[in-house]
Design a binder for this molecule. Structure first.
Ligand SMILES: [Zn+2]
Length: 145
C-alpha cells in the first residue's frame, strides 16, 4: 500500500499488476501494516507505524520506481495491464463487440483484445500506450521483462 506521498508510484505499481491500495487516512494505514507493505516518503510514519514499511528516499520518480521494484523483489512478478490503475481491481477480458462505441473508433478497428475493470468500467487494450508502458518499464525503471 502507499500513502499520499506515493500515489503516483502506487498507480504505476497497479499498472504493473501489483495489488496496491492507496490509503490517506492514518487509521487505515495502521490497520493494514500487518497485511501489507507500506511505501512512503514520510519519515514520521516509519516511527509511528509498526510492520512492513519501505521508506522511499528523496529521488526522481523513475529512480524511485526502480528502488521499489528491487527492494521488494517484484521484477519476476510483473504482469502489465492486469489491474485497473484507478480501482486496483483485476481487469477481465471482454468480447470485442462489447466495447463497440466505448473506445475510439480507430482503436476498435485495429485492436482485437480488450480488458475491462469490473468496478469502474475503464477499458484497457494493447497498442501504442501499452508499448510505451513496456518501454518505460524497461528503459526508465531499468527492468528486463
Ligand atoms: Zn477501475
Amino acid at each position: 500500500m502507499v500513502d499520499e506521498t506515493c500515489v503516483k508510484h502506487g498507480r504505476w505499481l497497479r499498472l504493473m499488476g501489483f495489488d496496491t491500495e492507496i490509503f490517506i487516512n492514518i487509521e487505515d494505514l495502521k490497520s493494514n501494516t500487518d497485511k501489507r507493505i507500506l511505501i512512503t516518503r514520510n519519515k514520521k510514519l516509519e516511527k509511528m507505524l509498526k510492520g512492513n514499511i519501505v521508506l522511499l528516499p528523496e529521488m526522481p520518480f523513475w529512480k524511485a520506481m526502480s528502488f521499489i521494484v528491487k527492494k521488494l523483489n517484484l521484477e519476476k512478478f510483473i504482469k502489465p495491464f492486469t489491474r485497473c490503475s484507478r480501482c486496483n481491481r483485476e481487469v477481465i477480458k471482454v468480447e470485442k463487440e462489447k466495447v463497440k462505441g466505448k473506445v475510439p473508433y480507430h482503436v476498435y478497428e485495429i485492436q482485437d483484445s480488450f480488458h475491462m475493470c469490473p468496478d469502474c468500467g475503464q477499458i484497457y487494450w494493447g497498442g501504442s500506450h501499452y508499448q510505451n508502458f513496456l518501454r518505460d518499464i524497461k528503459s526508465k525503471i531499468g527492468l528486463d521483462i
